[in-house]
Design a protein around this ligand. Structure first.
Ligand SMILES: [Fe+2]
Length: 361
């Protein structure tokens, strides 16, 4: 049942996030930013950490540009999992050579986000060329081969046992934030496959792989119809839902969703222009969600492209007092947000892999 009874006590502001003056506002929320909520007002910064004891780290950042998954050196290698739970895994792929087999995951939908590199997904629906900024969704059970061009390749691979779908934002109409006709579908092709005695189909099932060898190429097709197909979406085609008066909750930027998690896209957009309103994300405790953010690029920040952060649920975060003061000095009306990135927010706790731990600062 949706909660609706709100109370106030003591000092507070009339509109959350606006006119705080010398107050600090801390946002505590259930069920992402949709459930019961409390704003706590304080006179001192709530996130000035002196030290931590125990395993719960307040923030970890992994430099995935230093990741070396096995697909970097071995065409039969795999992406390296960074964060995972029962609903989703987030892995890094640095594939440098084409898959020498057709591939099919029975473990779930695969959502690739291309950080660097170009190439093609050859699928049984045709070819999908990819470039940086592309999301490529390969539904569970669809056969494909990933064939990168020469050069650096760096992708986030999100695997979901439950079907992933484009998030609807019904209040903003049918063409926002994604006009459905900007989705790019594979192009059928006259591919001249080499002569082979047998064709390998490598199938992922329960985290294991089996290879089935067929007389005919499982990727070769001449047509298709239906509502189950791979497609791509470049983040430059995602129009931000934004306000120049208040900082929206990131659920406004949800692009894909599945049971247990959401994929949120940060794209450049107007900042809050009202200098009396908070522009930076609030101090917040998102107590029912783990948050992970992958930085694609950020022109006006020290956030390094390729970093992946993880904030376990319930951990207070948001820029500390020094960062807020430094930002306030350079803040101007009309400035823009420059972060371009992908966030995976999960209901269940994420397990940090040994590889992530190793790469963390
Ligand atoms: Fe957060």
């Amino acid at each position: 049942m949706r909660s609706w009874i709100h109370h106030v006590k003591g000092r507070h502001v009339r509109q959350a996030r606006i006119g705080l003056g010398d107050l600090r506002e801390e946002h505590i929320s259930r069920q992402g930013f949709f459930g019961p909520v409390a704003m706590i007002y304080r006179e001192n910064g709530p996130n000035e950490i002196v030290r931590v004891e125990g395993a719960l780290h307040p923030r970890r950042v992994a430099d995935t540009t230093r990741a070396e998954p096995s697909d970097m050196s071995d065409p039969r290698g795999m992406p390296e999992i960074m964060l995972s739970n029962e609903d989703v895994s987030v892995a890094i792929s640095r594939r440098t050579a084409a898959m020498p087999y057709a591939y099919r995951s029975i473990d779930g939908d695969l959502l690739y986000f291309v950080h660097e590199g170009a190439g093609q997904f050859v699928t049984e629906f045709g070819h999908l060329l990819y470039e940086p900024g592309d999301y490529v969704l390969i539904p569970k059970g669809i056969t494909f081969a990933l064939m990168p061009d020469a050069g650096d390749s760096h992708m986030l691979v999100i695997e979901s046992p439950a079907p992933l779908s484009l998030a609807e934002h019904q209040q903003v109409g049918r063409h926002m934030p994604v006009d459905p006709t900007v989705l790019v579908l594979p192009e059928l092709h006259d591919h001249h496959w080499p002569q082979r005695d047998e064709w390998e189909l490598r199938v992922k099932h329960g985290g294991e792989h089996s290879s089935i060898f067929y007389r005919n190429n499982p990727l070769a097709s001449v047509g298709w119809k239906g509502d189950l197909f791979p497609y791509k979406l470049n983040i430059r085609d995602i129009i931000p839902i934004s306000s120049d008066r208040i900082h929206l909750a990131p659920s406004a930027w949800c692009t894909f969703q599945a049971s247990g998690f959401a994929v949120i896209t940060f794209v450049p957009q107007i900042a809050v222009a009202d200098m009396n309103a908070e522009e930076l994300p609030s101090y917040h405790r998102n107590v029912d969600n783990d948050e992970s953010v992958f930085v694609h690029h950020d022109e006006s920040s020290s956030r390094r492209p390729g970093t992946l952060s993880h904030v376990p649920q319930g951990i207070l975060h948001g820029a500390d007092e020094a960062a807020r003061a430094a930002f306030q000095k350079r803040r101007t009306p009309g400035m823009r947000r420059t972060l371009c990135g992908v966030s995976v927010d999960t209901d269940r706790r994420l397990v940090v892999s040994a590889a992530f731990e190793r790469l963390s600062a």
